[in-house]
Design a protein around this ligand. Sequence first.
Ligand code: TXA
Ligand code: MG
Length: 323
Amino acid sequence: MRLLNDGEGDWDGGKFALSKELTLMQAAASLEAGELVIVPTETVYGLAANALNAEAVDSIFLAKERPAIHPLIVHCRDIAQAQTLVMEWSDVAEKLANAFWPGPLSLVLPKSTLVPDIVTGGKDTVAIRLPNHQVFKSLLNLVAFPLAAPSANRFTKLSPTASDHLDPILVSRCAGFLDGGACEIGIESTVVSLVEGRPQLLRPGKVSKEEIETTLGMPVQNVENSLGLAPGQHIAHYRTRNPIILVDKVNAMSCGLTFGTPMSELQIQWSEIPEIAMRTIYDSLFRLDQMNMAQIEVEKPPTTSEWSAIWDRLSRAASFENS
Ligand code: TXA
Ligand code: MG
């Protein structure tokens, strides 16, 4: 397989990045010094900084080349720390936290004055979650502050789910990274806003709308893709270098992701089990992209609700040519 390194600043298979692997103690010291550290989470790798240090958070936006109005998720070590970041901890927040934390669910609540405006892109709400990855949990216990962390990709690119997906340019802008192996969930957290009377789903993820509704005993409003409510839900997200097209069946000669038996080395088999498909989607797209073919065909998954988070990511990834 040919590795890409054409000077455009994209991945080279992670070889360069390996020299910047940190120990937990080094990572904690770097964060205390206001530097950036790439961390593993159960969803995707994150680009972390001290959430209470506005200057450190500013460097996340610079490193990611991300517009300043796109708010960040703040990761906490426990519910008590999360409560310091919000104005009011509601019963609904308590129920969801008890049911899904630590885990892949981010809750949007009115922010406290402790949270610098730069973290929330100037909004008066903040997204918080308790991550469920042993390495990240250990790090959060070593530092005295919560960690703001968007996915560890440059703006509009694929989110990394293993250290060998890391973008060397992004790594070069950080103190280094912690290697926590392959991410167990594989796509970003579900984002739910509790700011309005009724909970609103801003981004679908592993924790489904139905699970949230069952836990709360109330309906959840679907407002995904709403740019106003969740800036950062940009249409041209999750981009590969080579365009993705969605197809009913991958052509025998094409490079692509298929539910069937791969017909050549240019094809990767995808699982029909949504949970496994979720875990492997970014890794498969990363590997197919490295083949550097003119385009990547991806077989459309079923349209049932278990596939909604995958559809959300795929439809953005495939918007390449129209964006
Ligand atoms: O799984 C994840 O959520 C990963 C890991 C690293 O935790 N993080 C992640 O962050 O995906 P990011 O920055 O790539 O996506 C954050 C999403 C965006 O869609 C953003 O609009 C939404 O969360 N968000 C953050 N704060 C918000 C707020 N105050 N109001 C509405 N949406 C918010
Ligand atoms: Mg992201």
